[in-house]
Unconditional design. Structure first.
Length: 170
């Protein structure tokens, strides 16, 4: 399911930056998430490579596959971080104005950092409240565990911290 299709399933939603009836994506998200706006408090920028910004936007979390956006002065490129349940970097979309040489340099960088980006994707998806995101989170976490990016001990520690936090908040 692409982002536009995911938006169409939200009440009053359309596609693009305006999701429908004058509502922004953020407004619809707030209604769906019960007021939890923590995902919007995170900077979308994950990393920088010179003048290039590598980011995950809140809208990305509605997609079925993990990916990052890279914005450069010469054009933009998006990379998938997974393919068929395996961590594998591939080009999702690329502006024609971006040279092959520059694209290759960015690809190599993203490929080297894919474990970090996958873990950050999972971290951000954990805070997102859309049902589509929560369903995919199980698959994404399994992919990261299988690849060795998440160790069982770290996962149990994180679950315990979350349970303790939830207990304190009640």
């Amino acid at each position: 399911m692409d982002v536009v299709n995911a938006f169409s399933k939200l009440p009053g939603a359309g596609g693009g930056s305006e999701v429908g009836h004058g509502q922004s994506f953020q407004t619809v998200y707030e209604q769906q998430a019960g007021g939890d706006m923590s995902v919007f408090n995170m900077s979308p920028v994950l990393d920088r490579l010179g003048s290039q910004e590598i980011s995950i936007t809140p809208k990305c979390l509605l997609d079925n596959r993990m990916h990052v956006h890279v914005r450069t002065p010469d054009g933009n490129v998006e990379f998938w971080l997974e393919e068929n349940g395996v961590p594998r970097v591939s080009i999702k979309e690329k502006d024609v104005s971006l040279s092959e040489r520059k694209t290759r340099k960015i690809f190599d960088y993203v490929n080297d950092k894919k474990a970090d980006y996958i873990l950050e994707w999972i971290n951000r998806a954990t805070g997102a409240k859309f049902p589509e995101t929560q369903r995919n989170l199980v698959r994404w976490t399994a992919l990261a565990k299988k690849a060795g990016y998440i160790k069982e001990d770290n996962l149990k520690k994180q679950e315990n911290e979350n349970n303790n936090k939830n207990y304190v908040e009640r």
